[in-house]
Design a protein around this ligand. Structure first.
Ligand SMILES: Cc1ncc(C[n+]2csc(CCOP(=O)(O)OP(=O)(O)O)c2C)c(N)n1
Length: 371
């Protein structure tokens, strides 16, 4: 490719999609997600929506410290997990509850983490959303954005050396793609032929910072060329496209073809978190436009086009989701916080005398305060 046409290709990256606006798709692409799986995915998206609405309300009522929705981004979060093997680790950024739901992480385990109660696997020592579910191949989330990317590079490199045929997938936002860790991870992955997929959920905003301030380039996927790895830019509200892109990338990586960068265009329909008010920096009109591309609306339309989903089925699926979330909330809210003495555990294999003294002093202080 000559310089001029190469530049042109980079400046006008093709956005790939499969689903048409009326919910149809080419007949031969239906099998990307068989009917029964499509229904399961649709139900998970509904569940994800109910969790977002109910848990955000809980946060407003002072019953949850912090919450982040993923409404609008479920085609990416559920679709990517669906396209992977069950033992492929997923390095979350944080906004990917949909991946946990596809991996069948129990609802109560998710809620216990959000509350930080006595049954939280993190023992209440992490912020909400900093999940870690080892048996579901979900490594621990870290607060500094982008730090999961070198971790996924390392895992993908180890998988290649150990010949495990696992592929690591790391999510990040377009904001995280401005971090040095992004460059380090992609460059090393390319050089080391790591079995790693980097999936950017480009939802347009990093809290209040629009994408136009993150980069002058009109595509993040085009960065792949600079690292010598595969890159593709896809419609992230199109479930079938997400599944195809992740599956292709995983197959290539498993076969020794190296890492991939997938940029999935999507939209954060809600606030960044419970501590944010997007009406202060996002035009209403923009939000209304994206509603037409809502991941749920598009998956629903596609299922109706296949003739496998009716309004009655949807009504009962919403009711099931409401029931499951109510049960999750009532069961997990009832649990006590972790025992205070556990604060001192897990730092050393054998607790040194100085820490034991501190623990005794602290417990004495708490007892005296109660009297
Ligand atoms: C290194 C670092 N800088 C800043 C923050 C604060 N912070 C948390 S989330 C976030 C926005 C990230 O945006 P993006 O990567 O686009 O993901 P999104 O939230 O849109 O899913 C920021 C700036 C942080 N956690 N770590």
């Amino acid at each position: 490719m000559g310089q001029a046409s190469c530049l042109e290709a980079l400046m006008t990256p093709k956005l790939r999609s499969i689903l048409n606006a009326d919910g149809s798709c080419a007949e031969e692409l239906r099998d990307l997600v068989p009917d029964s799986d499509l229904l399961a995915i649709l139900r998970i998206i509904l569940l994800n929506r109910v969790m977002d609405r109910r848990l955000m309300t809980l946060q407003r009522q002072g019953r949850l410290g912090f919450y982040m929705t993923s409404t609008g981004e479920e085609a990416v979060t559920v679709g990517a997990a669906y396209a992977l093997r069950e033992d492929d680790p997923i390095f979350l950024s944080y906004r990917e509850v949909g991946s946990l739901l596809w991996r069948k992480v129990p609802l109560n385990a998710i809620m216990n983490q959000l509350i930080g109660n006595a049954q939280d696997l993190n023992k209440g020592r992490q912020m909400p959303f900093h999940y870690c579910f080892r048996e579901h191949h979900i490594p621990s989330v870290s607060s500094p954005v982008g730090t999961q990317l070198p971790h996924a590079c390392g895992f993908g490199y180890a998988a290649r050396i150990l010949k495990t045929s696992q592929v690591a997938l790391a999510f990040c936002g377009e904001g995280a793609a401005s971090e040095g860790d992004f460059h380090t991870a992609l460059n090393f992955s390319g050089v080391l032929n790591a079995q790693t997929i980097f999936l950017i959920r480009n939802n347009g905003y990093a809290i209040s910072t629009p994408e136009s301030v993150q980069t002058k380039a009109c595509s993040l996927a085009s960065r792949a060329e600079g690292y010598g790895i595969a890159g593709v830019r896809i419609d992230g509200t199109d479930l079938l496209m997400v599944v195809r892109a992740v599956r292709d990338a995983a197959e290539r990586a498993r076969g020794g073809g190296g890492p991939a960068l997938i940029e999935a265009l999507t939209y954060r329909m809600g606030a960044h978190s419970s501590a944010d008010d997007p009406t202060r920096y996002r035009p209403e009109e923009e939000m209304r436009q994206w509603e037409k591309l809502d991941a749920l609306a598009r998956v629903r339309l596609h299922a109706k086009w296949r003739g496998i989903w009716t309004d009655t089925e949807e009504e009962s699926a919403w009711a099931d989701a409401e029931k499951a979330v109510s049960q999750m909330i009532s069961e997990c809210e009832r649990l006590p916080p972790p025992p205070v003495e556990s604060l001192f555990d897990d730092v050393y294999e054998r607790m040194p005398a100085v820490l034991r003294t501190q623990k005794e002093e602290y417990l004495r202080f708490l007892r005296d305060r109660k009297r």
